[in-house]
Design a protein around this ligand. Sequence first.
Ligand SMILES: Nc1ncnc2c1ncn2[C@@H]1O[C@H](COP(=O)(O)OP(=O)(O)OP(=O)(O)O)[C@@H](O)[C@H]1O
Ligand SMILES: [Mg+2]
Length: 256
Amino acid sequence: MPEPLVRMEKISKSFGPVRALQNVDLILHHSEVLGLVGDNGAGKSTLMKILTGVHQPDSGQIYFQGQPVRFNSPHDSRAVGIEMVYQDLALAGNLNVADNIYLGRELTRKRLGGLVRLLDHKAMAEGAARLLERLKIEIHSPTLRVETLSGGQRQAVAVARSVGFEAKVVIMDEPTAALAVKEVAKVLDLIRGLKEHDVAVILISHRMPDIFEVCDRIMVLRQGVKVGDVPREQTCMDEIVALITGAQQEVCMEVA
Ligand SMILES: Nc1ncnc2c1ncn2[C@@H]1O[C@H](COP(=O)(O)OP(=O)(O)OP(=O)(O)O)[C@@H](O)[C@H]1O
Ligand SMILES: [Mg+2]
């Protein structure tokens, strides 16, 4: 087996008296879509916040491409290519699609012999259009204002922005929770598109059909403990739901 892209080993984290995670292992292979499921408060978001450097684990180790890493902030995890699409999206509604994609890494051009730098809206619109096309995102124009887009299209812009041009891992926390059926299908297409571009995805969702549609493997957390880790073809929704609720004890086929 080649070295996994991400390996989290024996991660524990408490918030005061709350043991949010206890000795949790996670493996993410190249180009894999991993479903991360569990009841409310199971520790899913906390585990991803540790992977992205938002929180520090109390104990445990993260490896990225085989190397031990320590992410002190989201900036550190972004630097190696781990991107998180946040539940609340955090897009600027009054800006257009291209400006949102380039937010924080704006392209500029020199004017007046280098005396002033102006935002290069044309180059950003062109770059954004190429990125949208590569990710097969259907938005008529990169100059549309984000507040005029549908929920699914906004999600797509958020993904495009986080993928930028070089993400290796994209983490999506409940991307489809607030979307209409048709838009959900597009987000799932987007996830498949990322996989085709060798981007690995971790998808957190309470919607089992979404998980079963796109994920290669499903990992289950229950009250901060990993209780399931199974390839999708070797499980079914009933089993995953039983693992989530505790009706079934534990099935871990992938050993970190
Ligand atoms: N910043 C924090 N401060 C204190 N407690 C926290 C904090 N973040 C998470 N917790 C607690 O840690 C536990 C795990 O929370 P987490 O958000 O990881 O769950 P989750 O699996 O993402 O749940 P959901 O499906 O509801 O989003 C919960 O008991 C939660 O209350
Ligand atoms: Mg959560």
